[in-house]
Unconditional design. Sequence first.
Lengths: 187, 212
Amino acid sequence: MTSTISGSAPPSTGADDRRLAEGCAAGDTKVFEEIYGRFGERMKRVAWNHLGNASDAEDAVQETFLKIHRSATTFTGEASFSTWAYRILVNTCYDALRRRRRRIEESNIDDITETAERTAPNVDDTKRIALRRMLDELPEQRRAVFTLFEIEGLSHAEIAEILGISEGNSKWILFATKKELQQKWKR
Amino acid sequence: MNSTCAHLDDLLFDASPLAMETAARHAEECGECAEKLAAWNDIGDTARSMKASWQSDLLWPRIERALKNEEKQRLSRSKWLWQIAAGFVLTVALGATVFYAVRTQTHDAAFDHDILRIAAMDEVERAERSHIEAIERLEKVAESRLDDAQTPLMVSYKEKLMLLDDAIDECQANIDQNRQNAHLRTQLLAMYTEKQQTLTDVLREDNDVSNP
């Protein structure tokens, strides 16, 4: 069964997904532009939540589009096109994190959090920075589940498809992660 | 639904609205669980406020440029691959043509060689036959004189001719088994020449005896 990532993008059908995949394989710029219009904003946010700064997030999104172009012929339609694209994005973020782990300094995070516009300005910046630091210390998979569920509002079914885990496991990882954060949060 | 502190984690794991409401009711009566629940909810609220968004007008043009470059490189790579493949096919075709031509030529040359060899052999045999016929005519002329051999020299010529005929028969039998043996043919020719010379000597001797 395929699930489509909910959000601002319109729901896609199997035929629509195939059209997108075929367009990407053929290198059709219009199709890529359509994908960017539909999923680009969320892709940027997901990348930002993994990498912690806008510049790295944009690099990851660009790399993701190139990977989609290269591997569009391997799209089988088992998952929806958006899920497949987010899976590539998350893996790209993992790779970028491994490469750039040492580059992400505290100062950078502070700089970026100042430049990024937030949708809920009533919550204290200190809390956000504290949570960001705690997330940075988490293993990749835990951080991914937490950010996709809590920040992006994806369901466990969607997260499971993106990360290639079971829905139950996604739920368990989220609980364990929040429990761990809860322990640190009190201090 | 009554809950205890031990159930708080189960309720948080469940995370359904009913479970969270139950947890909140328990927290009103339990300070420790209230603190835990507050931290839990605070983490969720903070996380939801971290939905960053920023203007990036240059991102799509950048991606578009990268995609076009990638496509250009892919086409260039595939063009190279086609060129290499075409070159390979051309080389194979050329090689096959050369091989076929050389083989045909070799085959023709071998065929021509065989034809020439057979023709040469026929010519040799024709020459041998006319030579032998000439010698046989000579032999017929000398035959009557040899039958009436009266001098020791004539008797000696007769014996020599008989030996030569035996040797010629043997040599001819060998040639019939190996038609192309040049050595045997030379040997046969030498024998015939010797026979011819002997017959000539017989006729000359007879002539000398008749006209002293």
